[in-house]
Write a protein that binds this ligand. Structure first.
Ligand code: SAM
Length: 320
């Protein structure tokens, strides 16, 4: 468990330390003087603001760093709301009994709302994010069985076959399960937002966030339009097509989700065919379509001779 005892001290649980590897030489990492140090080549991974850094910058993910600092707790479940837990069930198909006692990897964890759910279900979660959202997740999950790193999905510091539940087949233990949820490649309604995003992703995040407050009056206009007989609903549909936005009943979620949609530099959409092809090429079995598109679950075979990933090169392909 990572414990933010103060800003730059930490304690990584033995269970997590056992699966960590140096990015340069794949050597074992030790904890020393508030940082992780490679036992083989001596490379150091500092702890800054309570998070071990495996990258030096947020790269293209700066908008997420901004968004999760502004909306640090907006989507975190509370006594009054279990929205994130319901979304987690819909997008992964996992249930509490699946995750209890397991080591779970959450890649792109953001401010940690799904890691929060998995720890409540009894998992030990390792959360990874490229952006400074990692700092927010570490704060949100400080009293949980969770370890947060700032790291890049394309260069992760973990040994193969380390996790029971997660997103990347190469790191799955035999018998471990993977769940992914992606934006849908079937939705024609995304055409206009794809066009606008060419401009909005270049805006300073603060300015774009202010613009996203426009969803508050727009939501009101939709509500009024829908009450007008015959023409109201088509008019609301046309407005939604021209100005795609989040329609969540909660105002803060609406602003956050709209910013999340228009700010990223990259936003790829996918189909079930693609995801099934990826999973099959990685030797996964028991593929299942989960409730919310595009969500798919699969399992790494228990027996090594079936679908075994032979070496790290193949594992790398499955990460991508
Ligand atoms: C749409 S947000 C989802 C956050 C969280 N899973 C949730 O649903 O609340 C995507 C997250 O992926 C992170 N991300 C993007 N590229 C990444 C990469 N190469 N490696 C790790 N994380 C990345 C972003 O910083 C961002 O926090």
């Amino acid at each position: 468990m990572i414990e933010s005892l103060n800003h730059n001290s930490f304690q990584v649980a033995d269970e997590v330390l056992a699966v960590l590897l140096c990015l340069s030489c794949r050597g074992r990492l030790d904890q020393r003087d508030g940082e992780l140090v490679c036992a083989e080549c001596g490379r150091k991974y500092p702890c800054v603001n309570g998070v071990i850094r495996f990258v030096e910058a947020q790269r293209y993910a700066g908008s997420f760093g901004f968004q999760w600092h502004v909306h640090a707790r907006t989507q975190l479940d509370t006594k009054e709301s279990d929205r994130s837990e319901r979304a987690f069930r819909r997008r992964t198909g996992f249930r509490p009994d699946d995750l209890a006692g397991k080591l779970v990897l959450d890649v792109g964890c953001g401010m940690g709302r799904f890691a929060d759910v998995a720890t409540r279900w009894g998992a030990h979660v390792v959360g990874v994010d490229l952006s400074l959202a990692a700092e927010v997740a570490a704060r949100n999950l400080a009293d949980r069985n969770a370890t947060i790193f700032q790291a890049d999905v394309f260069q992760l510091p973990f040994a193969p076959e380390s996790f029971d539940f997660m997103m990347l087949p190469g790191l799955l233990k035999p018998g471990g399960r993977i769940a992914i949820w992606l934006y849908s490649g079937y939705n024609n309604w995304y055409k206009m937002s794809d066009l606008y995003r060419k401009v909005t992703r270049r805006m300073p995040p603060k300015l774009l966030h202010k613009l996203c407050w426009g969803v508050v009056p727009l939501h009101g206009i939709h509500q009024v339009l829908k009450k007008i007989p015959l023409v109201g609903r088509p008019a609301s549909g046309a407005l939604a097509y021209m100005i795609p936005m989040a329609h969540h009943p909660d105002r803060a979620w609406r602003i956050l989700d709209t910013f999340d949609w228009y700010s990223p530099w990259y936003q790829s959409k996918h189909t079930y065919e693609e995801v099934f092809r990826w999973f099959e090429s990685c030797g996964l079995e028991d593929l299942r379509v989960i409730e919310q598109p595009i969500a798919v679950q699969g399992r790494r075979p228990l027996y090594p001779e079936v679908g075994r990933l032979q070496d790290e090169k193949e594992i790398g392909q499955c990460v991508e």
